[in-house]
Design a protein around this ligand. Structure first.
Ligand code: HEC
Ligand code: HEC
Length: 350
């Protein structure tokens, strides 16, 4: 009798480990497929761009433009955000509190026509046939979706790229070594002084940029109007942030509090790329908003009735400004460049 129980137990353990092994294998195949698709221009109608054109690992998965450019040269509405740690975001894109799924978000770059980013709409069959006619992709899709008879579909493309995006993690910056006490010298004296400024009541940066990724508020709302614009039209018509979705006037110019990880690699800054440098960003905060004296939205953001109450004016000496910038540089995780899995599989040396 006891022997029987023993045999049954052993066979359960074996089956279980066989299944988990198989699942890990399928999951690895899914991520590998997703990585190839992410970097492949075959996913765009005219073979000119991939996800990685706008989310380039060289720039911590951003693109260096003020606003990204779609496959036909149109300017996309906003600045490309970093995809590192994207799995931890509470909401996706610069201003949509209701968007949480990577799968749902991806419909926009693939299928949107306003403007086209990858331009797949109307070219679906042509794009799928590129993968169907590619032996290596055929095998990759089969390994990633072993149960599907015809696995080469947009749904599966989106699942695979999402799985890849969930592996993009960056938590190895000097600040992490310092915070975890693994290396108390990971921050130089300037960066340490800058950290104290960042977390001070005087500057109040950490009221909004707190938590492990510096994107979590300690009080208030995860979105804010930080006074970038205040003109006759209140805020530039073409993009009013969270208001675009809610039409609630309290949401005019409210954008998501972004993570500050790898910020030194992701210029230009803000939802529309309207600040070139970290110095410019700090100047906006120090004046409690931005004054604009040219173009169609002249006015002083500091006077905006929509300005978030957590933004505080301050004055910094040159030394303190330098220290604050040193601290922001300590959020750069250079190990991301050494991780081969984050690099373009078609041009591994790039
Ligand atoms: C033409 C440039 C461009 C292409 C191509 C592109 N993106 Fe983006 N991506 C952007 C911009 C700009 C945003 C910000 C959109 C917004 O806030 O409205 C964005 C936002 C995102 C976000 C949200 C990130 C966050 O922090 O909330 C994800 C995820 C994303 N893109 C993934 C992808 C994937 C996957 C692909 C390929 C299928 C892709 N993108 C292709 C420009 C691009
Ligand atoms: C009221 C909340 C709040 C406070 C306080 C705050 N920020 Fe921000 N921060 C934001 C929001 C929201 C954005 C995005 C604004 C936009 O693009 O319209 C942002 C954007 C940024 C960016 C650009 C990020 C990118 O990816 O382009 C940097 C850098 C930054 N903040 C640093 C700081 C520093 C340094 C301080 C303190 C001096 C600070 N922030 C204080 C909410 C805040």
């Amino acid at each position: 009798m006891q022997k029987w129980i023993f045999y049954i137990l052993i066979s359960i353990v074996f089956t279980f480990s066989f299944i988990t092994k198989k699942n890990t294998k399928t999951n690895d195949a899914l991520i590998d497929l997703g990585r190839h698709l992410f970097f492949d221009q075959k996913l765009s109608a005219n073979l000119s761009k991939s996800c990685s054109t706008c989310h380039d690992p060289k720039f911590a998965f951003t693109d260096g433009y003020k606003k990204s450019i779609g496959i036909y040269g149109d300017e996309v509405m906003r600045n490309s955000p970093s995809l590192l740690n994207v799995k931890d975001r509470r909401s996706l894109t610069w201003a949509d509190i209701e968007l949480h799924d990577l799968e749902k978000q991806m419909l926009k770059p693939i299928f949107s026509t306003t403007p086209p980013e990858l331009g797949a709409k109307g070219n679906e069959n042509q794009i799928l046939s590129r993968f169907i006619n590619d032996k290596s992709y055929k095998k990759k899709f089969k390994n990633a979706f072993p149960k599907d008879k015809s696995p080469i579909t947009f749904d599966n493309i989106i699942s695979a790229i999402s799985a890849f995006q969930r592996t993009l993690i960056s938590e190895n910056a000097p600040i992490d070594l310092y915070r975890s006490k693994k290396d108390t010298n990971a921050l130089n004296p300037d960066a340490k002084a800058g950290m104290n400024l960042f977390f001070s009541d005087r500057l109040s940066c950490s009221t909004c940029h707190n938590g492990i990724h510096f994107d979590k508020e300690t009080r208030g709302f995860p979105f804010a109007n930080i006074g970038l614009y205040y003109c006759e039209d209140i805020y530039p018509q073409e993009d009013r942030g969270q208001y675009n979705h809610t039409k609630d006037s309290n949401d005019i110019g409210a954008f998501r509090i972004p993570s500050l990880r790898n910020i030194a690699l992701t210029a230009p800054y803000f939802h529309d790329g309207s600040a070139k440098t970290l110095r410019e960003v700090i100047a906006v905060y120090s004046k409690g908003g931005r004054e604009i004296n040219y173009g169609s939205c002249r006015g002083n953001g500091a006077d905006s009735p929509w300005l978030d109450g957590r933004v505080t004016k301050f004055t910094l000496t040159e030394t303190e400004e330098h220290q604050l910038i040193s601290f922001l540089h300590s959020l750069t995780d250079s190990t991301i460049f050494k991780n081969k899995l984050y690099q373009n599989p078609f041009f591994p040396s790039e």
